[in-house]
Design a protein. Sequence first.
Length: 132
Amino acid sequence: ANSYDSGGAGAGLPFSLLQQVQDWLKPFLDPGRVHLPDVAVYGQPQIWVEPVKEGQKRHALLVDGFISYAPAPALAWESGAAKALQDQGVVLHHLLSAEWWRNPERAARSLAGAILKEDSAGLSETEALNTV
C-alpha cells in the first residue's frame, strides 16, 4: 500500500508521476534498484535508487524539490535536509515534473545516465568497464 494518493503526508504529490518515473527507469537500471517508499513524508525523497555493488552510492530522486507540495515550504530547511542526505553519501537528483511531462523518455534517459555515471565513478576502472 502506498499513501501518496491517500490524503496522507504526500497528499498533492501525483502518485502517477512517481510511478511513471519508476517505470521509465526500469529498462535502464538493474531490477529492484528503483523503489518508492511505502509512505510519503515531507522532507524525504520520493524515489530511491539502491546501489548494486559495494562502492556505489544510494541515489535519491526529488520530484519538484523536497517539500514543494507542503503547505509552507522553507528553502533553508530544504537546503539543510539536502546537505544532511549528501553528508550520508546519498546522491541527489532533482526532477522537475514539467520537464518530465514534456518528454518522459528524454528525462528518463538523462536521469538514468546520471545515475549510471555516478555508479561507475565509485568503482575501480576495471569494475566500471565490466558494468558496461
